[in-house]
Design a protein. Structure first.
Length: 238
């Protein structure tokens, strides 16, 4: 019966290899002719030989594939060294025509990194020493910096008060009696400026037991103002 024979090829070969000697010794008793048992035996031996040949070919294929990969890797290394030499020669002779002659592309000029994006989502906090901490969100500050300009209440122009490599800045120069200050934050990468922030205006006033900080972010183009308020009991620096 077909269901007696294992479904996996190698297991089927082993099945007949173990049964052929038994059947051969008792062929008449189990109803098989000697010719039938011989045919089964020959077919089993042929299947075993086929399996062994397949294993040899499989191992040879693995070896050939590995050898092929090694040869390609060696080619890339040696060829890459040659291309590097061509590029070095073109550079040392300042002759771009070398690339055309060698039929390889001339290296593209490096693209400068973009400056930090426009600072947004401001957060303002008072320090225990009476200064303020301004933090914001933005991308691309790695390798760049932010400049911070300030205009106090009553002043007509913004003045640069410092730079920072992070997305926060501590203004510890506010004096007692300051009623308000406006800030503009702008990112730079080298001499390349990013888009300046909207104006951040902070009002200081006494309310309850301490000072209240109202931070207004003014977007002139959108005509909108976002206000956040924080109350603390610290005093401004003298």
């Amino acid at each position: 019966m077909a269901s007696v024979i294992p479904s996996k090829p190698l297991e089927a070969i082993a099945f007949f290899e173990s049964h052929v000697p038994v059947w051969n010794a008792s062929a008449v008793q189990i109803g098989l002719s000697v010719a039938a048992v011989t045919a089964i035996d020959n077919a089993t031996k042929a299947a075993r030989t086929g399996y062994e040949n397949q294993q040899v070919a499989k191992n040879a294929s693995k070896s050939a594939t590995q050898a092929y990969g090694n040869l390609v890797s060696t080619m890339r290394d040696i060829g890459g060294d040659g291309i590097a030499t061509i590029k070095a020669f073109a550079d040392s002779t300042n002759n771009p025509a070398v690339y055309t002659l060698a039929q390889i592309p001339e290296p593209a000029a490096p693209t400068p990194a973009a400056p930090p994006t426009q600072p947004t989502n401001f957060k303002v906090e008072l320090t225990s020493e009476g200064g303020i901490v301004i933090s914001w969100k933005g991308t691309g500050s790695g390798g760049g910096y932010y400049s911070v300009k300030r205009k106090l209440a009553g002043e007509s122009a913004f003045t640069l008060i410092g730079n920072t490599g992070s997305k926060s800045f501590v203004d510890a120069t506010l004096t007692q009696g300051t009623t308000g200050a406006s800030y503009i934050i702008q990112g730079f990468r080298g001499q390349t400026p990013g888009k300046a922030s909207d104006q951040l205006t902070i009002q200081f006033g006494v309310a309850g037991p301490g000072f209240t900080v109202s931070a207004n972010t003014e977007n002139a183009q959108a005509g909108s103002t976002t206000t956040t308020t924080e109350r603390t009991s610290v005093k401004m620096a003298a």
